[in-house]
Ligand binder design. Structure first.
Ligand code: ADP
Ligand code: ZN
Length: 596
């Protein structure tokens, strides 16, 4: 193909212009150079290797860690009229033979393979007999031994450089941190590669973290009010809670499915398939559900339990809104979560150094929950990215948090821990502060200590909030050996001695009922929107592909807005390239015309 990258972007993909550094990456590879590409999820990494693979002679070999990802990509490419295939264990022998022959004959644009297959002798000798336009190593952070997605087979990819010295290599990932970056360069032999590093910000995602009261009910309100009919993921810590939550949501009329490692491979695959191929399903899952979820129109990610680090939080919430349309990252958390996570860490027998590192990651996560300024700024600065202004698209920006001078109440809360012997739980401590002479308080003689009844200024909920913040700040710890009893940590000393002051967060009233859906279809447009989606679903089912492979939500929304009447007008819609215009243009025009 002799077209320019711009022309291909337009004619094949139906997009008007390149995003961010896409064109620079493409030019680097067209010139024969290597590239390390770090772009956030949804940033548009695939086009960075797809276009050069089409323009250079030979087949572009894409190394991808998961079959589901490959299948999705191949289906999308084929929709655009690009000759793409994948070699993996799910493909029968005869088809594999055919695909290999096509690769040798130079009839393929793109070939997707898993890293373990790539390194087999058979595959290597196949590649030796093909002309190869480039190697694209997707999810390249899997090469990092410290990361949570480590795949040993990725380590062997270093040999590509020696075996195919003249083929450009690209490593692509959405994983942010610097150590991983350096490891990719080292382990994949990318010292000569040009680095393309984009901001990790996901501006379309709105972050919200609020106090947990009745977590499940809060979730239900959120889903029903703001995400009716939308696809979303709900993360829970335990399998049991996943099962219960999925069942409960279903009973309340929200179409929800469970997903966790205890479910058996078949049911898991079935639920994942449904999530990808149907519209508007909610997947309730442990973190076992995640990588390989390329579904672009996940409208929300909700956490009913606190992730153990900002890295995990960012990766999980990042699965929302790959299509760039408004999406929500929603989380509830409370005192119990803090205690539980802290205790769990305390009880594991990890190496001390690892434990300390986990500890500080958890501290950062708790800090993110409790901060009163822009959450996005805090997240980005955690990843060493500075942004000078607040984002205007997180809860703290949208509804500023009130703070109060908590010095006095914090001191009371701390001395109550001390006076009662540093082994009682929050409920008991609050009874003492509020002067409730319960049996337990009297038996322990705590109605006689100096902190008895000194805390009438706050109610029980407010005291819980104070203790939660003290725990999150690391001024007290909860002791697993004393059933969650609190003890003081050295860091509380300056406060107790009157050397420092403490601002605390004034918890908001939980007011989910006021939220409004952000991707709202106007009432007048509802009918046509449903018809367009039905048309898309019918075409998808015919071909056994997910609906978003036919057209993205962004394309359908633009059709809804513009209401094209001719093929020419249709060709200007975002995501309508030549092939899709050819295949589906008339059908969607008919839907629009019929609707009038
Ligand atoms: P990533 O792999 O970085 O998460 P993708 O390559 O899947 O992201 O791209 C995310 C979405 O953005 C896809 O639907 C893709 O077609 C779309 N996209 C990519 N580049 C552009 C562009 N230049 N203009 C409009 N949409 C784009
Ligand atoms: Zn903000």
């Amino acid at each position: 193909m002799n077209d320019s990258p711009q022309k291909l972007l337009h004619s094949l993909f139906g997009y008007d212009e390149f995003r961010g550094q896409q064109l620079a990456v493409i030019e680097q590879v067209l010139a024969g150079g290597d590239a390390l590409v770090l772009m956030p999820t949804g940033g548009g990494k695939s086009i960075c290797y797809q276009i050069p693979a089409l323009m250079r002679t030979g087949v572009g070999v894409v190394i991808s860690p998961l079959i589901a990802l490959m299948q999705d990509q191949v289906a999308s490419m084929q929709q655009l009229g690009i000759k793409a295939e994948a070699l993996h264990s799910g493909i029968d022998w005869a088809s594999q033979q055919k695909i290999q022959q096509q690769a040798i004959n130079g009839e393929l644009d793109l070939l997707y393979v898993s890293p373990e297959r790539l390194m087999t002798d058979a595959c290597m000798s196949l590649l030796m007999s093909c002309q190869i336009s480039l190697f694209a190593i997707d999810e390249a952070h899997c090469v990092s031994q410290w990361g949570h997605d480590f795949r040993p087979e990725y380590l062997q990819l270093e040999c590509l450089q020696a075996r195919f010295p003249h083929v450009p290599r690209m490593a692509l990932t959405a994983t942010a941190d610097r150590p991983t970056q350096q490891e990719m360069v080292k382990r994949l032999g990318l010292q000569q590669a040009q680095q393309f590093i984009s901001s990790f910000d996901r501006p379309n995602i709105r972050y919200r973290i609020m106090q947990k009261q009745k977590g499940r009910q809060q979730l239900l309100d959120f889903v029903q009010l703001q995400h009716e009919d939308n696809a979303g993921i709900v993360y829970c810590m335990s399998r049991k809670k996943v099962d219960e939550t999925a069942l409960w949501l279903s009973e309340k009329g929200v179409a929800a499915l469970p997903y966790h490692a205890g479910l058996g491979a078949e049911l898991r695959a079935h639920n994942q398939h449904r999530f990808l191929n149907e519209e508007g399903l909610v997947m309730v899952a442990t973190i076992a559900f995640g990588m390989g979820i390329d579904k672009p129109n996940v409208r929300f990610v909700a956490h009913l339990d606190l992730p153990k680090s900002i890295e995990s939080y960012y990766q999980e919430t990042g699965r929302a809104g790959r299509d760039g349309l408004p999406a929500d990252a929603w989380m509830v958390y409370g005192l119990q979560d803090v205690m539980w996570l802290r205790q769990r860490l305390e009880q594991t027998d990890m190496d001390q150094a690892i434990k300390r590192s986990e500890q500080s990651k958890l501290d950062a996560m708790l800090g993110l929950c409790e901060i009163t300024h822009c959450r996005r700024q805090a997240i980005l600065s955690y990843f060493d990215e500075t942004s000078s202004s607040s984002c205007g698209n997180c809860d703290n920006c949208l509804e500023p948090v009130a703070t109060f001078d908590g010095t006095q109440v914090a001191r009371k809360a701390l001395s109550c821990v001390f006076r009662s012997g540093q082994r009682y739980g929050v409920a008991h401590l609050i009874d003492i502060l509020m002067g409730k002479p319960t049996d337990k308080v009297k038996q322990a003689g705590h109605d006689k200590i100096s902190t008895f009844a000194v805390g009438q200024e706050l109610d029980q909920k407010q005291w819980r909030s104070v203790y939660r913040q003290l725990l999150a700040l690391g001024l007290v710890a909860s002791d697993p050996e004393h059933f969650g009893g609190l003890r003081l940590l050295p860091s509380c000393r300056p406060l107790l001695k009157g050397e420092t002051e403490l601002q605390l967060r004034l918890d908001r009233k939980v007011s989910v009922k006021t939220g409004k859906a952000r991707l709202q279809i106007a009432d007048d447009d509802q009918d046509l929107w449903q018809l367009l989606r039905e048309q898309r679903m019918a075409l998808a089912q015919d071909q056994n592909v997910p609906p978003y492979v036919i057209f993205s939500d962004a394309s359908l929304l633009e059709m809804l807005k513009i209401r094209p009447q001719t093929l020419l007008e249709m060709s200007h819609i975002h995501g309508v390239g030549e092939k899709k215009l050819d295949r589906y243009g008339d059908e969607f025009l008919a839907v629009i015309r019929q609707h009038g």
